[in-house]
Design a protein around this ligand. Structure first.
Ligand SMILES: Nc1ncnc2c1ncn2[C@@H]1O[C@H](COP(=O)(O)OP(=O)(O)OP(=O)(O)O)[C@@H](O)[C@H]1O
Ligand SMILES: [Mg+2]
Length: 323
């Protein structure tokens, strides 16, 4: 497509090989992401959000395999790259923000030096120059007394501050794509709000292209331009955030939004009836059909294709196909 497409995932299938059997974790994921956009990846636990992020970043564990499909990042095919080639892609083009920043930071290195290091790797600047730039970046990220902050070690900081350091490192690399995997779910609510504000800031001030992985549609409403709804290793619906919130089409998306709205009114938490299918033996036809209340005979037999039902609003559901 155009050079504005930063990430182009096409028909991606990923399996995990376990003692219990083969887990079909991603079952034909296709998704395009444009420069400067923030896209939310949403779905219940186990639907494959992190697997998708890890596949793009070359971070899948040894028991996982991409069995089909392609992932083109910034014009370059990633499927088939060696671990060493993927390490260089991560160094030069990608930033992955993990749920647990403590685990991702080096415990015996000043946080400021960790940011400066990312700048040096990226641009080959001198240590002094990198330090100045790191302090500027921390200031831009709203950290008071950035010079003092620079000298902290990770254990001296709160979870929220550590996550800010991770975001600073991500930005220092000036990556083509940031993947943030549940960046706020380990933080308390007020800090969550601050980090989300920071993510919005990234978008406005740095025009950063971001995939935000979350199970929280409220977070998506606040932060994202588009949203992809995942279910059992597939994308069932994708479109602009406002459009999807206003006009959810897939029965699963409608169920998720109902859960959010009940939460807002603080009623007893309803859940979508049924549970996520076993990915070792996924159901045939539409993978949501055993849980769907609007199922038709075709749903048990044929997997629905993604179709554009409204402008830029795609859904994979037989309710909207012409058959
Ligand atoms: N290392 C692994 N070995 C075997 N199966 C795995 C492994 N990692 C994930 N899975 C399986 O792959 C599927 C997708 O998992 P994944 O972690 O990608 O989901 P997720 O959407 O990120 O969930 P969560 O919201 O809990 O983080 C699940 O069925 C999970 O059990
Ligand atoms: Mg996950």
């Amino acid at each position: 497509m155009t050079e504005n497409i930063i990430l182009d995932i096409n028909d991606l299938h990923v399996n995990y090989y376990t003692y219990a059997g083969v887990v079909h974790a991603l079952n034909g994921i296709s998704l395009k992401i444009s420069r400067g956009e923030t896209i939310g990846l949403v779905g219940e636990t186990g639907c494959g959000k992190s697997t998708l992020g890890h596949a793009v970043a070359g971070l899948l564990p040894n028991n996982a395999k991409i069995i089909k499909g392609s992932i083109v990042l910034d014009g370059e095919e990633l499927v088939g790259k060696t671990p060493e080639e993927m390490r260089l892609i991560r160094r030069d083009k990608l930033a992955y923000i993990f749920q647990n920043p403590a685990a991702a930071l080096n415990p015996v290195m000043k946080v400021g030096d960790q940011i400066a290091e990312a700048i040096i790797v990226r641009e080959g600047t001198s240590k002094d120059e990198a330090k100045t730039r790191a302090i500027e970046l921390l200031t831009k990220l709203g950290i008071p007394e950035a010079e003092k902050f620079y000298n902290n070690y990770p254990h001296e900081l709160s979870g929220g501050m550590r996550q800010r350091v991770m975001i600073a490192i991500a930005l220092a690399k000036n990556p083509v794509l940031v993947i943030a995997d549940e960046p706020t779910s380990n933080l308390d609510v007020t800090i969550q709000a601050q980090i989300l504000e920071l993510m919005q800031h990234l978008k406005q001030q740095f025009n950063q292209t971001t995939i935000l992985i979350t199970h929280d549609l409220g977070v998506v409403a606040q932060t994202c331009d588009r949203v992809a709804i995942m279910y059992a290793g597939t994308i069932v619906e994708v479109g602009d955030v406002h459009e999807i919130f206003k006009n959810p089409l897939h029965p699963y998306t409608r169920g998720l939004l109902r859960v959010v709205r009940f939460n807002e009114t603080r009623s007893k938490l309803p859940t979508i009836p049924g549970s996520v299918p076993n990915l070792i033996n996924p159901p045939s036809g539409c993978i949501f059909n055993p849980r769907c209340q609007e199922t038709k005979p075709i749903c048990k037999e044929v997997r629905p294709e993604m179709i554009e039902v409204r402008k830029n609003h795609f859904v994979a559901c037989h309710l909207y196909s012409s058959v």
